[in-house]
Design a protein around this ligand. Structure first.
Ligand code: NIG
Ligand code: FE
Length: 422
């Protein structure tokens, strides 16, 4: 594999380190002018001024060169919360929401998650894999190089495993790396509505052990929410997951404060996600336990809630923040981390630098990948995204466009946008 030298950059912008950044550290981002980046054997081998590259590595006549055209180089974006393997569409439900029905009303009437469950159960593994690959193509074009992906639309042993296999299959044949999460406790399936504990037993005694035995998932998640699973039920599921080496993460306090953040802290979860309704006590608990808050402002936007997670209070309390799309057909139908970045700056009130750390290093760390990806530093995997504008500010300043000029995965250019006039 030949060396790749990225030159003529306007700016290299990156957080630094291998562990999550919190409080004031979250906005400490290096923004380097006059910098070239050398990728060698899939890793970052040099970051610095061109003259120093020459001293350290000689003239490199064999290297492939990528002309940065004055753009901005960032670490590849990392999306730590998605529901990628699904079938069907929820466009009719979207029309109902536009006509005034709420997400929870639709769910209570048998639509919502359960409508995607019906479609996903009917789909083959190959069909689900195809759906994931299409979404991964869009993610890559938008700068994502690694993502988490959850099951949770199967809700039987066979259908949850089918979703996890589709995640694995898609990841093996696409440049974007996926890390899988078992979310069998996303909802109680209709056939268990009269006896939720029987479904929880199935999840804990059959689905979790089967997913772990096949090595299909790294994490276990649960939708801890009023009307879905209680804190006690969520604890059962996540504890069973942990017994099978699936690290806990959870959907917490999305619509109502139900103590999900406190449970995440108690279990030492890798992340507590959503948190729109988190309490002050929940924030304190997350900070004390070092749990990352994965914020999903695309969900507030898509559900037209006009209420966003209290990002500033979380940062001020010292909770590390990561950002994710929540990509799913019902509550956030987007693959776009640049869109989420814009919402994070405009609606969550994160600074540009905080939002960058949240969508790179902190996102990587809450997936257990902080040693390997999430920043532009020598020795890390060369996962990079080139933006076509000259500095990081443009990622929020020029909104509603795809800012990506090229994407590099393990030191190889895996996507180039057609070049534009500036
Ligand atoms: O993260 N909150 C639960 N799960 C998804 C929604 C899934 C759906 O509506 O299909 C979420 O928002
Ligand atoms: Fe979600």
């Amino acid at each position: 594999m030949s060396d790749l030298l990225i030159e003529n950059l306007g700016e290299v912008a990156t957080p630094v380190g291998t562990t999550s950044r919190r409080g004031p550290e979250q906005r400490r981002v290096e923004r380097l002018g006059d910098t070239v980046v050398l990728c060698r054997q899939g890793e970052i081998a040099f970051v610095g001024p061109p003259a120093e590259l020459e001293q350290a590595h000689g003239p490199l006549p064999e290297a492939e060169r990528l002309d940065g055209r004055g753009g901005t180089l960032l670490p590849g974006l990392v999306d730590p919360h998605t529901h990628l393997p699904w079938a069907g569409s929820r466009e009719e439900e979207f029309a109902e929401r536009l006509a005034g029905k709420s997400y929870l009303e639709i769910a209570a009437g048998g639509g919502g998650i359960l409508s995607t469950v019906r479609a996903t159960r009917s789909a083959s593994e190959a069909e689900l894999t195809g759906g994931v690959l299409g979404r991964l193509d869009r993610m890559l074009e938008l700068g994502t190089t690694t993502a988490e992906a959850k099951s949770g639309y199967g809700l039987t042993r066979a259908d949850e495993l089918k979703q996890l296999r589709a995640i694995r299959q898609a990841s093996q044949s696409h440049p974007v790396d996926l890390v899988a999460t078992l979310l069998a406790a996303h909802e109680t399936p209709p056939e268990y509505r009269e006896d939720r504990q029987r479904y929880l037993d199935l999840v804990c005694r059959e689905i979790i052990p089967a997913a772990a035995e096949e090595g299909l998932a790294s994490f276990c998640d649960v939708f801890c929410e009023e009307g879905v699973f209680t804190v006690e039920e969520s604890r059962q599921v996540l504890t069973a997951g942990r017994e099978h080496a699936l690290a806990p993460r959870l959907h917490a306090d999305e619509f109502v404060d139900s103590g999900g953040a406190e449970l995440a802290a108690e279990l030492g979860a890798l992340s507590a996600d959503h948190l729109i309704a988190v309490s002050d006590a929940g924030i304190e608990a997350l900070a004390a336990a070092g749990v990352t808050a994965v914020l999903l402002p695309g969900t507030s936007f898509f559900l037209m809630k006009h209420t966003y997670a209290p990002a500033r209070r979380l940062v001020e309390a010292g909770v590390p923040i990561a950002l994710a799309t929540d990509c799913n057909p019902g509550s956030s139908n987007t693959e776009s981390l640049p869109m989420v970045f814009v919402l994070a700056v405009y609606e969550l009130g994160l600074t540009i630098e905080e939002a960058l750390t949240a969508s790179t290093l902190n996102a990587a760390c809450c997936l257990g990948l902080g040693e390997k990806i999430g920043s532009i530093e020598v020795g890390k995997q060369a996962d990079l995204v080139l933006l076509d504008e000259p500095n990081l500010l443009h990622l929020a300043y020029h909104y509603g466009v795809n800012p990506v000029a090229a994407v590099i995965k393990r030191g190889a250019v895996v996507h180039s946008a057609p070049s534009r006039r500036s």
